[in-house]
Design a protein around this ligand. Sequence first.
Ligand SMILES: Cc1cc2nc3c(=O)[nH]c(=O)nc-3n(C[C@H](O)[C@H](O)[C@H](O)COP(=O)(O)OP(=O)(O)OC[C@H]3O[C@@H](n4cnc5c(N)ncnc54)[C@H](O)[C@@H]3O)c2cc1C
Length: 451
Amino acid sequence: MQQSVQISVQFTAPVISGILITAIMERYDCIITGSGPAGLGAAFALLDTRPDLRILLLDSAQVSSGGLRNDCKMNFTYPVGFPYEYWTAELAAAYLSRIEEFLKPMILEQDHVDRYERRAERVGVQLLRIRQSHLGTDGGIRLIKELVSRLEARGVVLSFGETLTGADAANHVAHTDKRDVQYGALIVAPGRHGFDFLRRFMTQTGIVYTDNCIDVGIRVETRQEHYPIVADYYDPKFLFPERTRTFCTNSGSAHVVQEQYRTPSGAVWYSVNGHAYSEKLRANGLVNFAVLRTVAFTEPIASGQDYAEYLAALAMLTGGGHPVMQRVGDFRLGKRTTSAGLNGDLYDFEPTLSSATPGDISLAMPAKFLTSIWKALKKLDAIVPGILHPSTIMYYPEIKLYANKPRFLDDYFMAAPDIYLAGDGAGTSRGITGAWASGMRAASGIISRLA
Ligand SMILES: Cc1cc2nc3c(=O)[nH]c(=O)nc-3n(C[C@H](O)[C@H](O)[C@H](O)COP(=O)(O)OP(=O)(O)OC[C@H]3O[C@@H](n4cnc5c(N)ncnc54)[C@H](O)[C@@H]3O)c2cc1C
């Protein structure tokens, strides 16, 4: 790592009209890009060991907008959120206990899990027992505000509405849309939305990466009475055969939402997702969760992201520019869902993602995913009878781009000298606690190089 100097350094700008312009370039010991859980975890971990460090935290959003804002259920048990290729159970547990000590989450109680576990075993499914907390979207926003003001009070310079555009790795200079800034270490944690940015950044800074793995699936929405397990276990994690699983269950005041993505050529596509407000807000009696299948590609498919974007384009084509939704009753009959038949009789609740287009998900979803997911849902219906009620809605697509896999130079996610890549965008995590831990791990690397 470059020598840490506490004063600003000077550099010489080009000669313009014969006048030599000398500019002062700001310098920080560490610049963190992204104020999601990875960035926050890194900032607090750095300060805990080295409160003297000058830290700049950048985010392109006007307010801290990382993933703590959405539902904010936190999982405190390996392997949820911790990709196997980077985390062992022991390592994750060590970071998780530090996160728990810091965030002091209220762990939710679980009841009757044995009963569901036994039913799951009978049909070849595993139910993971995960320690969880849930703040809800409103609670997550309150937590972000508190964390950001704590960082500010500890001297971190926060710059919202500023985007990292690249870096001169040789000279330790970060380029943003507003200025150039020198760094001792740079942590880049741009989240899933930062996939394209991260690819460009890695190419520009010479970081080698592959992206050959994606999760594709549906989001299920139903009445809580058809998925009563959520009263006993907030976010039950079922692992089905064929690398298929349930993911991100929301209940109480639960809503399906769509997240906007843009391809490098500028085409817009949406992935569905879900969140819930805290118990304080009015319950709507609905539940939503994802069922996802993971696929790792081999030759000749080089890029999971390119593949995902083709799938998304097909989904947008069949949905007229929006995700598609289909009732289970129609799916079973091989019929599309229509707006006319959407609500009434057995189809008795309004979809919360009203912008989704009633249609036929099998027109857009490859059999590899659809068959695994339908088989998983049938098994789930044997464990929690009711989930395949005709009114249950399946929204498509839910795509998780965990595809960027940088080649790291050390165990602390350093991908180029003094450049660390953390969080979901770099594939080092898959959730809030994993992202927080990955930021802490990058911070440990920085501290060890300072020592
Ligand atoms: C609707 C929804 C619900 C979710 N619910 C849960 C949940 O309940 N539990 C859970 O564990 N996970 C949940 N997740 C996933 C969770 O949000 C992520 O796993 C987590 O936020 C990843 O953290 P991160 O720090 O890597 O990235 P993020 O939280 O995405 O933060 C990245 C930040 O980087 C900023 N950024 C990006 N590019 C740049 C750039 N070039 N310059 C400057 N800033 C940049 C972004 O503005 C953003 O603020 C949910 C996600 C969504 C979308």
